[in-house]
Design a binder for this molecule. Structure first.
Ligand SMILES: Nc1ncnc2c1ncn2[C@@H]1O[C@H](COP(=O)(O)OP(=O)(O)OP(=O)(O)O)[C@@H](O)[C@H]1O
Ligand SMILES: [Mg+2]
Length: 249
């Protein structure tokens, strides 16, 4: 398989950064980042570095991929998504070459490169000696690619297993944002924002807590759909009754 088979070119519309529910700390970091990018020219003129390597880590379904896409959108850049889970497990030997190709493509196209499931380059270290040596080479290649990343390029790595990642790799990222399970208060705000666009009569949902944003979204949308369907079925059954009765055609 060619490396292009592993790439997801994402042009899909995504939610804006302002619609993502993040902690105050992450919000501040993201605001700072966008502010620096807005004034990139003058900051570069004074040789002031602007972060272009970001590490997103934490609980599944709490907004890492969504945030990466929203950052690309805010910077007005295309995003290239490479899921390292697929590429590394299929052919370890060719992985370094493939990743190198994707880094070049991202730099050439002035795109944001998202390396998803970033922990995949580290997982094999405990396997047999051959895999381990290959994995070490791969980690070194990626470290080198990150170090040589042009300043106009933008790299985002995402994982929900940050603890297995090589510290030498981690150190390369100037900004690290943690995504945690939302508190009940944060989830309530999220439930409210999800329900808000729908008419009051469809908004009843049994709110569950200690779950991710993604799970809360599933629960909410399912409940709203069922409320709408139930209301339609009540209408339909009354129509059937009227038709049988002959009073309505
Ligand atoms: N913080 C958030 N604010 C708003 N919506 C969110 C948030 N987190 C998740 N969602 C919703 O849940 C969906 C899944 O989230 P996303 O794919 O960003 O999670 P993730 O952290 O990348 O998960 P994984 O680790 O499994 O890849 C998104 O499409 C979005 O609709
Ligand atoms: Mg994700």
């Amino acid at each position: 398989m060619a490396v292009s088979d592993f790439i997801i070119n994402s042009y899909e519309s995504t939610i804006g950064l302002d619609q993502i529910h993040v902690s105050e700390e992450n919000q501040n970091s993201l605001n700072q980042l966008l502010k620096e990018y807005k004034h990139l020219a003058i900051l570069s003129h004074y040789n002031l570095p602007v972060a272009n390597k970001i590490f997103l880590f934490g609980h599944t379904g709490c907004g890492k991929t969504t945030t990466a896409k929203a950052i690309a959108k805010a910077l007005n850049k295309k995003i290239i998504i490479l899921n390292l889970g697929n590429i590394v497990s299929s052919r370890l030997g060719e992985t370094a070459r493939n990743i190198t190709e994707v880094f070049s493509k991202a730099a050439r196209e002035n795109a944001v490169l998202l390396l998803d499931e970033f922990d995949s380059i580290g997982k094999f270290r405990d396997h047999d000696a051959k895999d381990s040596a290959e994995m070490k080479r791969l980690v070194n290649t990626v470290i080198q690619l990150i170090d040589e990343l042009p300043s106009h390029a933008f790299l985002i790595a995402a994982t929900n297993h940050s603890q297995v990642i090589d510290t030498a790799l981690l150190r390369r990222f100037q900004l690290k944002l943690k995504f945690e399970l939302p508190t009940p208060k944060q989830l309530d705000t999220y439930y409210d924002s999800l329900l808000n666009p729908f008419p009051e009569e469809f908004r009843s949902v049994e709110r569950t807590y200690n779950i991710s944003y993604a799970e809360a979204k599933d629960i909410t949308l399912r409940a709203v759909k069922n409320n709408i369907i139930a209301s339609e079925e009540v209408k339909n059954s009354s129509n059937v009754f009227e038709n049988t009765d002959g009073s309505i055609t």
